[in-house]
Design a protein around this ligand. Sequence first.
Ligand SMILES: CC(C)(COP(=O)(O)OP(=O)(O)OC[C@H]1O[C@@H](n2cnc3c(N)ncnc32)[C@H](O)[C@@H]1OP(=O)(O)O)[C@@H](O)C(=O)NCCC(=O)NCCS
Length: 435
Amino acid sequence: MSNLKEKLYEKIAEWRPRTTRLLKEHGDVKIGEVTIAQAIGGARGVKCLVTDISYLDPFEGIRFRGFTIPEVLEKLPKVPGSEMPYVEGFFYLLLTGEVPTMEEVNAVAEEFNKRKKVPQYVFDMLRALPDDSHPMAMISAAIVGMQRESVFVRKYNEGINKMDYWDPAYEDALNLLARLPEIGAFIYRLKYKNGDIIPPDPKLDFGGNFAHMMGIPTPYDDVSRLYFILHSDHESGNVSAHTGHLIASALSDVYYAISGMINGLAGPLHGLANQEVLAWIQQVHEKMGGKIPTEEDMKKFVWDTLNSGQVIPGFGHAVLRKTDPRYTAQREFCLKHLPDDPLFKYVDVLYKVTPPILLEQGKAKNPWPNVDAQSGVIQWYYGVREYDFYTVLFGIGRALGVCANIIWDRALGYPIERPKSVTTAMLEESAGIKN
Ligand SMILES: CC(C)(COP(=O)(O)OP(=O)(O)OC[C@H]1O[C@@H](n2cnc3c(N)ncnc32)[C@H](O)[C@@H]1OP(=O)(O)O)[C@@H](O)C(=O)NCCC(=O)NCCS
């Protein structure tokens, strides 16, 4: 058994009694109530999900297993010669809650290496899709196409004990995650580089190999590591994480769940926002004839967008009430590596003018930038200019967090998810309204 799985066995054995006790002895304790606005408004803020992988504080931002983003970037073992940690080590942290040693990171990297061969039929299937297929549809199809390989399904059909469900879920998760960098890079090269595919390099780590297969030199390996880590998880209520959890709660396997979470991520209000940000900035760029806009120019573009009934992509958040630390981490990378890039300057001006405008407009509950406001700019700078592809990068990162959640969902025996619906008439009755 791998180090990671052994460690997970221990952690699960320690954790289970906590969940069991809460359920058996304190199951009736109330942790909140639901208003009509929350029922109509997408369950916003309703406390009805449990995860220990990450927690999103509205004012502090995300913590992965209790660590802030700067702590994660500082504490995890780094790839030799790079600024960023191993994605493999980060996955170890997500799964076990512990910062791994270099030896433990190497063991996870080895695990991924053993599992990363993508079956030929996946490439054949991707090649068979129409040329104008969206990269998110392509990666979703590739993932669900591999469902036939699910270890969970095989074990389930053999009659595995419920307590052991997490083990084949772990196997599926690692098999899938190990393959995602190659599938993502294949989609990119197939769609945008005339099918000129670069084979993987078995010596490289998750992020380094992805950059290699994309055909982009260093520091794009660090960009990839940072990107995958930052996008991995944002507690379980966001559309992609929640979709993954929901699908897996029916004991659909990891392939079905991750394909579904990718589909949720593909929406413009969620993962697609990073491409929307860039498209919006490009429009401004064109209107300005390439000149960096002044704050006054930018204010006008922001107001024009709002007045035409559109949102400012990359700003606002359903939970956060301050600048997203994932935005800040990427901004720091930009300040170090691309301070004079014109698009970065656009984002910088946008950062200055947009929050006061959104506050003045008085609709958005959070006027501050989110992760998507910055990420497209970095990709553009390093030559990934096909912004349809950006959400695939988000999806590879998000798969790390959703897989970790699904493994723990099975370990703790979370049941099938089933919130209750009410009718409009019932809400009117609760509100004391007579028709
Ligand atoms: C992220 C987002 C979907 C959160 O939605 P939410 O939880 O419903 O946000 P709020 O409660 O603050 O929304 C209240 C109002 O402010 C508006 N609003 C929120 N963010 C806005 C923005 N960036 N620009 C303009 N208006 C915005 C909403 O559309 C809503 O308007 P409505 O009452 O006319 O429907 C929303 O902020 C948004 O659309 N942002 C732009 C897209 C984006 O960056 N998505 C990536 C998120 S990581």
